[in-house]
Design a binder for this molecule. Sequence first.
Ligand code: FAD
Length: 462
Amino acid sequence: MPETTQERFLQELIATLGTDVAQRGAPERYRTDWSGTPPQQPLALVRARSTEEVCALMRLCSRHRIPVVPQGGLTGLAGAAVPGAHTVALSLERMQAIESVDPRTAVMRVQAGATLQAVQQAAQAAGLVFGVDLGARGSCQIGGNIATNAGGNGVLQHGMMREQVLGLEVVLADGSLLPMLRPMLKNNTGYDLKQFFIGAEGTLGIVTRALLRLRPAPQARTTALVAMPGFDAALAVLARMQQRFGNGVAAFELMWDSFVRASVDWQKLAPPFAQAHALLALIDVDGRDEADLRTAVQELLGEAMQAGEVGDAVIAQSVAQARRLWQLREAPAELNKNMHPAINFDVSLPQADIGRFADAVQTAFDARWPGQHSLFFGHVGDGNLHVSTDGATVNGECEAVEAELYRLVAEFGGSISAEHGIGLHKKPFLAASRTPAELAAMRAIKQALDPLQLLNPGKILD
Ligand SMILES: Cc1cc2nc3c(=O)[nH]c(=O)nc-3n(C[C@H](O)[C@H](O)[C@H](O)COP(=O)(O)OP(=O)(O)OC[C@H]3O[C@@H](n4cnc5c(N)ncnc54)[C@H](O)[C@@H]3O)c2cc1C
């Protein structure tokens, strides 16, 4: 783009929005996200205070053909919020109002820049809970959670972000407003337009407000750490749990032995059991009465032990002990420090195939990179497996490792991204999980909603 055109745009941008909202370039923290993508200095940064300012920005950018990259809390792991050199970075961080919470109907209205933690706290203050929780809760924003269709710890019980959204307000690429803030669960009036923007990673519209569905708070919770001899046994235990406790099963996090050993080692924890087991599951179950729930979980685990599905188990007797058990699962925070670099995967698979898939990955990696070091863990209750490989043990051949794992994902009919999105990082592999017909339909939707390719260009699709 000629410099004079850029300069004219920047002058008009600052004249329209003012120096409090728009500035040339951007401070370091707006140049990249958590994914480790090399930082990029954008043309300008806009820190909008209202939907009207977002509309004004998009009208201007549409006239000047300048692309815009929406930014939430910048905790994304796929490089999707990293600006390009000729783009405007649009931060939603100042639009963080919790506008209303109705405890009778369990509906909350928020601006897109509210952090997930602020939403959780506001729900809790109303005696309810918000269904999505994840490690980046203090920084990530509801707008970013919606744009990535975030998953996390509560998916088994409440579904992904998509299931928490009743309505949206969205600014389109031409600066027009699409208000869809109707608080009804049932609304079969043609296309459910809000769904297009959930998981679209800011490529179809900018989310400025949301109506969120809240859930009743559990009265009691029991946590257990359960050792199992193999993946089929783990599935059998999960099925038992769900038959007995239904939607009360809030978490079923599976950790392979390699992960458990790394976690114990890195965090200097005491080994959870006297002997090693192929798999450990961290299980949270919700119910009405603490003591009754603990007894029921104990009985069920006893039956599973008799059936050979469980080798050992411990049930937390207090909140503090439950926290200590969960600490074992906190190793991902240590990955980047202890793996050089960590090559991280977030895939999903048909639930019954996860064990075979993990074995196939281990075998394929061992064959090509003898002595390689990989860890397997995941929210297996919802089919989501995470794999982390130490780059040093595969001679830094990160791209070959990715290609090998995604080849196996395609072979097993899985998805290359369960919850982190595609962004920049997984774009080369999208065809492993989507057919040409699906990709063509996605391109048609993008073309219809953003014909000038102004919204987050180059992310998900070229
Ligand atoms: C420690 C840690 C733990 C994590 N755990 C999980 C987990 O368990 N599950 C999970 O799913 N993810 C997890 N993540 C990834 C990340 O937190 C989520 O993807 C989160 O939803 C991103 O929100 P954000 O506000 O930081 O978005 P950003 O990173 O700022 O942006 C992500 C995408 O959303 C778009 N976007 C942001 N705001 C808007 C908006 N208002 N309108 C339109 N588009 C927008 C951006 O353009 C970009 O494409 C984790 C990340 C970290 C660092």
